[in-house]
Write a protein that binds this ligand. Structure first.
Ligand SMILES: [Zn+2]
Length: 245
């Protein structure tokens, strides 16, 4: 459960590899995706890689309803917020947890993203972060993102969110908070909607992020884990091994 270290994309936090440095000498390193399309958010930070103990802890909260897990995860979220904080405005920033659809919220009884946001806010400079949990709403149920390609994920969440409290967002910088950043489809859609409603800048902080494991990799989308709705599990294996099998 170690924090992410090493060369990362300055925008989305994806892992970068050594050959990258040779191909892109600019001062602010960006991954291929962020070079192709400017994301709707300014920057996304994550505390750790979505695997092992951290993944289990997130599952405990989300699917096991073990609420105390939110305290540990909230502390990690506070660290990823601290990475972004030097660039935050001096006036307060609206913290918006990615919302659940009504039916899912009723079934789960709490929004895990909101729980971890509450802990993180308590641990971060008081008065600077204001929770605006109702500012964004999920307008429709989205099917599980597990097993979907990057493109399908984007289609799946398109139009799924709406701004319910425009006054909380208009003319302000906003921090979107979630447990896991997988392809960024969900937070990008949230950022797009928030910007359209007048947010001047959108930041993203998550507890975990899926990371490329090696320079030469293929993604195998593992759909056996139906409990994971936001976490595409990218099993990444070296190309040589994939080609040889
Ligand atoms: Zn990137």
């Amino acid at each position: 459960m170690r924090p992410i270290a090493g060369g990362l994309c300055a925008i989305c936090g994806e892992r970068l590899f050594s050959s990258y440095a040779l191909s892109a000498p600019e001062s602010e390193p960006r991954c291929g995706l962020c070079r192709r399309i400017e994301p709707a958010f300014a920057r996304a930070a994550a505390y750790g890689s979505y695997e092992g103990g951290l993944r289990e802890l997130i599952h405990l909260l989300k699917y096991g309803s073990v609420r105390p897990a939110a305290n540990v995860l909230g502390r990690m979220l506070a660290e990823s917020i601290a990475e972004l904080a030097p660039d935050f405005p001096t006036r307060s920033i609206a913290v918006i947890p990615v919302p659940l659809y009504r039916a899912k919220l009723r079934q789960r009884e709490f929004n895990h993203a909101e729980l971890i946001a509450r802990t993180a806010i308590k641990l971060t400079a008081p008065g600077r972060l204001h929770l605006c949990a109702g500012a964004l709403e999920r307008k429709r149920e989205t099917v599980s993102q597990t097993g979907l390609t990057r493109h399908q994920r984007r289609e799946n969440v398109r139009g799924a969110f709406g701004v319910a409290q425009a006054e909380a967002v208009k003319g302000r910088e906003v921090l979107v908070v979630d447990d896991v950043y997988t392809t960024g489809a969900t937070v990008s859609e949230c950022a797009r909607v928030l910007r359209r409603a007048g947010a001047t800048k959108v930041w993203v902080a998550t507890v975990a992020r899926t990371l490329k494991a090696s320079e030469h990799h293929v993604e195998i989308q593992f759909s056996g884990d139906t409990a994971v709705d936001e976490g595409l599990v990218a099993l990444e294996i070296p190309l040589a091994r994939a080609a040889g099998s």
